[in-house]
Design a protein around this ligand. Structure first.
Ligand code: NAP
Length: 242
């Protein structure tokens, strides 16, 4: 059986991606870190679609936890494979650069950048053996153009954009694609402190996006129609300049 692992798959954009990939027939592994209630709700919704769905609770920034969960899964599921990885887990800790505490700097970088490394290195190894795989990294407009008040977040997403391009060149020969999706303002818990009424005028389409609109682009990058697309960053931002 083929599985898709979505980090931060229990809420928001990750949840929409899990549901969409389940519709495509993938069995789903939902990673999350603390909110069991939302993870169980998402698991139940996916189960209704008739695919297998497993929870894998660990903090992607903790190398030892990522190692043990993923290595154990691979060992216990030798007849199955994780052929899709979506690196989606991320947080914001916005502030002007001079006020960013060391904790807030490192937390954002640790989850996005170390999280990408901790999870991807295991999965890509098994994809290389199987000569097949799709990796999609959820980045941000902030990582493309930089956003004031988000130096830590912009740095983390910019790093993943560069890592996407580097890894795509490493693994292309083995039939593995690596791409990134860069959302703008999307309606999730992460943006609940940003008023759509106040900020939508910045967006040419005059509205914030829905998580499902990001999931649709991820589905394209995972599906057959993108077989010759790799090392790319696709923006999903209603036309915001990037
Ligand atoms: P969200 O609603 O806050 O959901 C975040 C998800 O990530 C939750 O499932 C959460 O799990 C999980 N998570 C957080 N820290 C984690 C960790 N250390 N280890 C494992 N899982 C962790 O966020 P979202 O808006 O859907 O954002 C998803 C991704 O899209 C992020 O990378 C974000 O930077 C990016 N993005 C979002 C927007 C936007 O406008 N929303 C725009 C651009 C980019 P728990 O439930 O257990 O906390």
């Amino acid at each position: 059986m083929e599985y898709a692992l979505v980090t931060g798959g229990s809420r928001g954009i990750g949840k929409a991606i899990c549901l969409r990939l389940a519709d495509m027939g993938y069995n789903i592994i939902i990673n999350y870190t603390s909110n069991d209630e939302e993870a169980l709700k998402t698991q139940a919704l996916i189960k209704e679609k008739g695919v297998d769905v497993q929870l894998m609770k660990f903090d992607v920034s903790v190398t030892a936890d990522a190692d043990s969960h993923i290595e154990t899964w691979i060992k216990d599921n030798s007849e199955h494979s994780i052929s899709v990885l979506v690196n989606n887990a991320g947080i914001r800790k916005d502030n002007l650069m001079v006020f960013i505490s060391p904790d807030d700097w490192h937390r954002v970088l640790d989850i996005t950048v170390d999280g990408f490394y901790n999870v991807t290195r295991h999965i890509v190894k098994s994809m290389l053996t199987k000569r097949k795989g799709r990796i999609v990294n959820i980045v941000s407009l902030s990582g493309l153009k930089g956003m004031p008040g988000q130096t830590n977040y912009s740095a983390s997403k910019g790093a993943i954009i560069a890592a996407t391009k580097a890894l795509a060149q490493e693994v292309g020969k083995r039939g593995i694609t690596v791409n990134a999706v860069a959302p703008g303002f999307i309606k999730t818990d992460m943006t609940q402190d940003i008023s759509e009424a106040d900020y939508k005028a910045m967006v040419p389409m005059n509205r914030f996006g829905e998580p499902e609109e990001v999931a649709g682009v991820v589905a394209f990058l995972v599906g057959k129609d993108s077989s010759y697309v790799t090392g790319q960053v696709i923006s999903v931002n209603g036309g915001l300049y990037s």
